[in-house]
Design a protein around this ligand. Sequence first.
Ligand code: SF4
Ligand code: SF4
Length: 622
Amino acid sequence: MFANILTISFWASMALMLLGLAQRARLWSNGRAQPVALAKLFAIPKRYFVDLHHVVAREPFIARTHVAVAGGAILAMLVIGINYGLALYSPVLDRVLLGASCLMLAGAAMVAWRRLAPPARLSRGPWMRLPFTLAAFALGAALAAWYAPQGAQAPALLAIVLLALGAAELALGIGMGGPMKHAVAGLLNLAFHPRQQRFEGKRSTDLRPLNLEGGDFGVAKPADFAWNRLLQFDACVQCGKCEAACPALAAGQPLNPKKLIQDMVVGLSGKTDAGYAGTPYPGKPVGKHGGAPQQPIFPGLLDADTVWSCTTCRACVQECPMLIEHVDAVVDMRRSLTLVDGAVPGKGAQALDNLRHTQTVGGFPRAVRYHWAVDLDVPVLGPGDRTDYLLIAGEGAFDMRYQRALRALVKVLKHAKVDFAVLGEAEIDSGDLARRLGDEAGFQQLARANIATLGKLHFKHIVTPDPHVFHCMKNEYPALGGRYDVVHHSGLIAKLFREGRMRLKGEALEAPLTYHDPCYLGRYNGELDAPRDVLAALGIAVREMERSRERGRCCGGGGGAPFTDIPGTTRIPDIRIVDARTIGAEVVAVACPNCTAMLEGVVGPRPEVMELAELVAQRLGD
Ligand code: SF4
Ligand code: SF4
């Protein structure tokens, strides 16, 4: 009798779960069409156990908790399905079920322990009941496994009640948008992830090009996201790792990547944000926003200043255990604001206007870009000339402070007898700023103009000190037909040291020095060692800040943030300088014009900011 009830309950739960899944799938299907490669479903186990492992393993306790609770649950449900679903009623399988239930119970206890005093970044609300409903399921399954063969009535009744409680969370919760929807959406996200290259051991950080002729102007309403991006939002477990990493939130700007993703879930499911139980956007009360798949995102679901606060630093993406791509969503929404509404705040609109008319961010005549090199005898590459390295100075060339860094770089290249040349007046902006500010049309125009110019010239490599130019040309030009071997100046200088082409004089810098990783060099391109190799070659022992390498904190200068300039309670570069001061650094080495400008802009006592090339140039011998 008890066994028969379990059989009926199992199939009823399965039906509920499938109904719920169909309901979520219907919501995801509101998104734009994308090919569905069903064969990718078979890739889930490998992607879960191998590709995801290093992200989850960053927090060993949570990794072990998840293994116990999810592993136990999956095994328990599998055994229940086989033993009771198929009406086998095997005592041997009951013993396996008992083992799986105990494992799950231990996991649920670990979740409960974690939830006793959860860190501020964790959402509460329905997530707080999860350890209890999971424990109920585990206990119910254990009782069933233990007592079902004996036919005991009272424990059997208790087992059914507990199993029903657990099944409501596990099966019903999926359709109703409860916490457990992450289990299904998370696994499907592994299969249908928009950036499949992430599972092929490759870095995938380039933005998708818009088909402007085809009328693709970004995302104005939730349904404008591709269906697999809507699915991805549903995978969020509200762990808040993105929140803890976000520099904009730390600076009190109205952005929290976790809330942003939850707002997208609100939008895709046609609700309000009243049920959100985590850290809000600074200065914005919860419960005032709502949306629906076919309703405009702005201003119902989001305020525009939320997406304009993002520096596109990818710290959130780096941390997310569910492999969610926040930056793609932010830029897609910016694209609609810029291309359709023309609503770029602050000085962003002026910068885009300048780019349109002068092909420089600051609105300068192109002829003045290399004025800093007027006395340096820098060769300009013309048609018919050949060079090994084409030096692209970038927009830092118009900044008087950064011109010192560029002069130092030229000195270094000449010292090592590198065969290089510059573009001179032919150099225009790379399009990085336009793209991050959502002006895809501006980006594509600039990129195509650059590709046309470069196509007439003969060079082996491009070298640039600007990580934004580096990223754009290396990773985003190929989609428009421009394929180049692009190196950052740190990589080239490190190579020159390795080849023994640098002769140093004097003593190594003694002042404590730290190195600030530029997001577009480190997180976007994985170039973490070359700058440190250069500093090591100079005899400098780097003091690492707590947030360094892949987890480095943004300087606040990316994504057009200095132009849109959304107010917060403090400034991101101020926070970064505090990081440097905390470890007693007297010098901060930088390798990016934006970092140079942002960190040098910090007022009051602060460490000296020195560009990598400057540190090298001041030690050059004869
Ligand atoms: S990219 Fe950086 S600034 Fe933008 S949401 Fe993520 S962590 Fe925050
Ligand atoms: S987006 Fe990712 S990192 Fe942020 S809360 Fe959700 S799962 Fe956690």
